[in-house]
Unconditional design. Sequence first.
Length: 355
Amino acid sequence: KLTDQVMQNPQVLAALQERLDSVSHTPSSYIETLPKAVKRRINALKQLQVKCAHIEAKFYEEVHDLERKYAALYQPLFDKRREFITGDVEPTDAESEWHSENEEEDKLAGDMKNKAVIAEKEAAAAEEPNPKGIPEFWFTIFRNVDMLSELVQEYDEPILKHLQDIKVKFSDPGQPMSFVLEFHFEPNDYFTNSVLTKTYKMKSEPDKADPFSFEGPEIVDCDGCTIDWKKGKNVTVKTIKKKQKHKGRGTVRTITKQVPNDSFFNFFSPLRASGDGESLDEDSEFTLASDFEIGHFFRERIVPRAVLYFTGEAIEDDDNSGQEGSKGEEGEEEVRPGSRAKSLPELCKNQQRNS
């Protein structure tokens, strides 16, 4: 009787009809209604689509070769950048000239100044300190970029002030696709390494189990390096004291043990992707995906545009562009292993589509 009453309610009937309409018009339900001969042709289209995915993979491999070629052209400029930052070389007047957006206003204001004010400024400039190079250049970038500053602890900061350069090295021709991030440090009191490295391994081929998910090269694993810490300077571990009671005698003793400690330098001891076919748990998957995103960000954004992240101009550009990504239920961007930052291959592909 209750069911009859509910079914006589116009609102309930309308809701049920809407639900039935949505089910009946889903793509999968429509495909199921097609004759076998049509389904057979659709399967043939899928075969063609798989072949397209393999051609697309070859396209990205050639783009990687192109990246390698142009990386060699960029490197002399990046080497000069390092010399200016470290103070090994002083830029010439021509190299230091830069026309700002407010140049005309500055010129007009300058014309209105009298000689007394100019002389006063020149005297003040002569008394200004003149430090070597650009102090704390890379450390300032770490502070400016949220993705990086979240990794840095207070005790990491004195170490990062010794960072002199970050380089990207691409894999050699004929070798598996990968790139290496090199962090160059001046001599310091914390470790003996002059260079810390992080290698990101990539692949550009469709997954045999899910070829239609292929969207371009993706990072699949990464390797760090061993940091040769000086005695008592390892910030990636901390020493704790723990009281331990002897089971037989009942005496209590205090023991010390080292446990992992939050630090940016854990970046060089990354979680490894599972290679035995076992899936990672959700936390490990997120940690690995975040690591991949940071590696992409160094390669695609930080290293090529370092001065703009130092001044903050690139950060403003990023905020204004409203970076796109898949959104979770609460509007936060989802990060997954294999997810890709916008890169040269993607830009090339977009250009190819537009032409």
